[in-house]
Design a protein around this ligand. Structure first.
Ligand code: C5P
Length: 279
């Protein structure tokens, strides 16, 4: 028994906050797409559940790790005690709004389900994923989707094709803090409207129209790290791009609609950046 499961990052092509809910979460509508920046999970034989991580020193190996939590909810749902060694090769920056931890949790559920003969359907896996975090259900299928509710309700679309520049400026943002420091906001937007504004131009390849429509309400947060993200955006604008913060930050991305952007200002600042594709 050996299994390799890729665990891709995502970007939010838009995110609108509809208001704060009684349970403390925010009601939102967001459009997400997976991208070809991937962690990898290796499932190897073992006589117990073990986790090792390569490529990040900061992540915990204990019960607070989403991979360990995913193994636990899998066990509770199926009665199967996972006996595997999971080796995580970390590539996706942490605290970057790229969904790395959520993606790892979804990849763990999918990997364990496959190893133990698929006791859970894709729908059951998606429901289980919601216990682990608002973004985790999206990563069970990945591709292109509108997520709503607190992010756990999904409407999927066929994956689109676009190139993007992704910049991680080297500092993380805390999702919790970014949401906590949001000014009160009550957007009236619906899933149908998000489809019109974002999905339609995306699937018809009208990237300029898409760029104009893209917005992220979390950029209004008064969290300090979001203030710092604004500087990153300014630099990308000076390269002729239309940047947007991904999710709760700190990474920033821009669609590449022509190949002529000058990335020298990013090189000078020694920021981590990559040219990537939607997958
Ligand atoms: O669901 P997840 O554990 O990823 O969320 C992390 C934190 O982000 C939550 O504790 C909450 O403070 C905030 N959040 C929110 N509204 C959402 C999603 C997350 O307020 N829809």
């Amino acid at each position: 028994m050996r299994l390799i499961v890729p665990s891709p990052a995502k970007v939010n092509l838009s995110l609108w906050v509809k208001g704060k809910r009684p349970d403390g979460y925010h009601e939102l509508i967001t459009v997400m797409h997976t991208i070809n920046l991937c962690d990898t999970l290796f499932f190897l034989p073992s006589d117990r559940f073990e986790l090792t991580i390569e490529g990040s020193e900061s992540l915990p190996l204990n019960k607070s790790n989403l991979i360990v939590k995913a193994a636990q909810v899998f066990k509770e749902a199926t009665g199967i005690k996972p006996q595997v060694k999971v080796k995580l090769e970390k590539v996706i920056p942490v605290g970057a709004g790229l969904g790395g931890g959520s993606s790892n949790a979804a990849a763990t559920l999918k990997g364990l389900n496959s190893i133990y003969g698929n006791p859970l359907s894709q729908e059951e896996l998606t429901q289980l994923a919601a216990q682990l975090g608002s973004d985790v259900p999206f990563f069970i299928k990945g591709g292109l989707a509108i997520a709503y509710g607190r992010g756990e309700k999904l409407k999927h679309y066929p994956p689109a094709s676009f190139k993007l520049l992704l910049v991680y400026p080297g500092f993380p943002c805390s999702t919790k803090e970014v949401y906590e420091k949001m000014p009160p906001l009550k957007r009236e937007i619906t899933v149908d409207e998000a489809e019109k504004r974002i999905i339609s131009p995306l699937i018809t390849g009208k990237l300029k129209e898409l760029e104009e429509a893209m917005e992220n309400d979390l950029e209004r947060s008064r969290a300090e790290c979001v203030e710092r993200v604004k500087e990153v955006k300014e630099v990308l604008k000076s390269c002729g791009l239309k940047p947007l913060m991904s999710g709760s930050g700190s990474s920033v991305f821009a669609l590449i609609t022509d190949e002529n952007c000058d990335l020298t200002p990013l090189k000078i600042r020694r920021w981590w950046y990559k040219l990537l594709n939607a997958i």
